[in-house]
Design a protein around this ligand. Structure first.
Ligand SMILES: *Cc1c(COP(=O)(O)O)cnc(C)c1O
Length: 399
């Protein structure tokens, strides 16, 4: 996979489901109906390790187990550390709760004016329109409400949410998420997008979805017609490892892009999955080949039972350091920590500014070479940082 040749290969196929007619395989309803949801169903194909068996037994009390046949095919059965396997097969470590972990790590519940609508930032809202997904990521930041395994009793309130947005003219940006909004029926999605588009102050509508990765068959011409009808609709997909960029996903992204949907990707930094430079570099390059712009790289939230999947923050910084300048800026996502307790996303960057004096900024490039940029404009001496230290955010960082 990491070889040059591997990068040009795009895996496709029915794998274990050769006996199924291609028509069924390509049908998203069939994929959903045939999801693997229990230890027994998985063990028809391969034996789980003891740690995974215990994880499966515990899953329904925490976050449901479900994997589409399409995504299941990407698992390497011989490798317990397979990066696909680690993302979707529960493990016993999920039962351990570390002291720093929380069930609502980003403090969303405290920012919900109506059920399912998170209003944290001044101009935009996060609208949770369903609690179901095509498959479940074991590190899900919203596992308290997604799949309804913890008795959270989540009832997304479409009408209340829409009315809140209608009555708040400062909301110019609506992000649909959940759960996965693309699990809604076409008719419902069409209705929802229509209602949002009818609100004059809503300028920007986007959908956060892992369905292009878990269930690319869902991206039908009928669905893309709906996006075209309510254009422009933006979409953030969620791929973590280059193995997820298959021929099926590439074709799904093609259909979206050709329908005018700009595509971004949000990755989560996960231990043993993508916490190394080579894997991440291959992922971002494959994403660009599919017309997907890497948007965010998230430090894994402090969600309960995620310690075995969380990588160190320094790893994320090392990855960004090895992307910036070494490859196109289009391939470099913004590394962020969603501040524990509810501060929102905070960018975390390698430091390229070495010093700021009254006269110049001292910077270093990706190779570590140092450069100076004069602060003089129009032949005038710039305002002294010393006389007004609080005026410059950069100055404050350097203090
Ligand atoms: C991530 C997020 C958004 C969107 O943030 P962007 O930086 O615009 O992508 C909005 N609201 C909440 C609560 C979020 O967590």
């Amino acid at each position: 996979m990491s070889s040059k040749k591997g990068r040009r290969e795009w895996y496709r196929g029915q794998g274990l489901w050769q006996h199924v007619p291609a028509e069924d395989w390509k049908n998203w309803g069939w994929q959903l109906k045939n999801r693997l949801t229990t230890q027994d169903e998985i063990e028809k194909f391969f034996s789980l390790s003891p740690a995974e068996k215990q994880g499966c037994a515990f899953a329904n009390k925490k976050l449901a187990l479900a994997i589409t046949p399409y995504f299941f095919n990407l698992i390497d059965f011989k490798d317990e550390d397979c990066p696909i396997r680690r993302q979707v097969i529960p493990r016993v470590e999920e039962m351990h709760v570390a002291p720093e972990e929380m069930s609502d790590p980003c403090g969303e519940d405290g920012k919900m004016p109506v059920p399912g609508l998170v209003h944290r930032y001044p101009d935009r809202v996060l609208f949770l329109v369903t609690d179901r997904c095509a498959a479940y990521c074991r590190y899900c930041t919203r596992s308290r409400l997604v799949s309804n395994s913890q008795g959270y009793d989540f009832h997304p309130e479409f009408e209340q949410g829409i009315r809140y947005i209608e009555s708040h003219p400062e909301i110019r940006d609506v992000l649909l998420s959940g759960g996965d909004p693309l699990l809604l029926a076409d008719r419902k999605l069409d209705y929802l997008l229509g209602r949002l588009r009818a609100i004059e102050h809503v300028e920007f509508i986007r959908i956060g979805s892992r369905i292009p990765i878990f269930l690319p068959q869902r991206i039908t011409p009928e669905l893309t017609d709906i996006f075209r009808k309510h254009e422009p609709i933006w979409m953030s997909i969620h791929a973590n490892h280059p193995k997820e960029c298959t021929q099926e996903v590439r074709e799904a992204c093609d259909r979206l892009a050709l329908a005018g949907v700009p595509l971004g990707n949000q990755s989560v930094l996960l231990k043993g999955v993508n916490d190394d430079v080579d894997t991440m570099k291959e992922l971002v390059h494959r994403l660009l080949m599919m017309r997907v712009r890497p948007y965010y790289l998230y430090q894994c939230d402090l969600i309960t039972g995620s310690a075995h999947l969380r990588a160190d923050v320094m790893k994320g910084l090392e990855i960004i350091e090895n992307l910036r300048g070494h490859t196109t800026g289009y391939a470099v996502p913004q590394f962020v920590i969603d501040a524990p307790g509810g501060g929102g996303k905070v960018p975390i960057n390698p430091e390229y500014v070495r010093k700021i004096s009254d006269d110049e900024v001292e910077i270093r490039n990706y190779e570590g070479k140092v450069f100076r940029y004069s602060r003089h404009v129009d032949g005038m001496q710039p305002d002294s940082l010393e006389s007004e230290p609080a005026a410059s955010p950069v100055g404050r960082i350097l203090e």
